[in-house]
Design a protein around this ligand. Structure first.
Ligand SMILES: [Zn+2]
Ligand SMILES: [Zn+2]
Length: 128
């Protein structure tokens, strides 16, 4: 039986579809317990070890509830800051250009879905 790579469930998984990928038979499963999806690749000739591939979750990056101005230390939610342009992507970060309502300092706010990377604020300039 296949074991879910997310929660470890090793009972019956729902088989969504199967296809061939080079010499592999690929099974796309959904875990009934955590709804995680993964591919199970099996060599029909049994020469290679079968293995499980996690499918990346579609989770969107979340802006933290409180953003701190790197100039004056003002802390507030995103809606208190003025967005100076459209958010954009920079490697695994999403970036927003924000202006502090208190000191008019402008900074780039980087945030990410990856838990091991912290969000950071990078000062750009302070408008007088
Ligand atoms: Zn699971
Ligand atoms: Zn400020």
């Amino acid at each position: 039986m296949v074991r879910c790579p997310y929660c470890g469930f090793d009972g019956e998984h729902s088989l969504l579809k199967t296809w061939r990928y080079s010499w592999w038979n690929v099974y796309l499963y959904e875990c009934p317990q955590c709804k995680g999806r993964f591919r199970y690749q099996v060599d029909p000739e049994g020469k290679k070890k079968s293995y499980v591939i996690r499918l990346g979750s579609k989770k969107k990056a979340q802006v933290s509830k409180v953003i701190k101005c790197p100039f004056c230390g003002f802390e507030s939610g995103l809606n208190e800051f003025k967005e100076l342009r459209e958010p954009w992507s920079y490697s695994f970060y999403e970036v927003r250009r924000l202006e502090c309502p208190k000191c008019k300092g402008v900074f780039n706010y980087y945030y990410t879905t990856r838990v091991f990377h912290r969000e950071i604020s990078v000062p750009r300039s302070r408008l007088k």
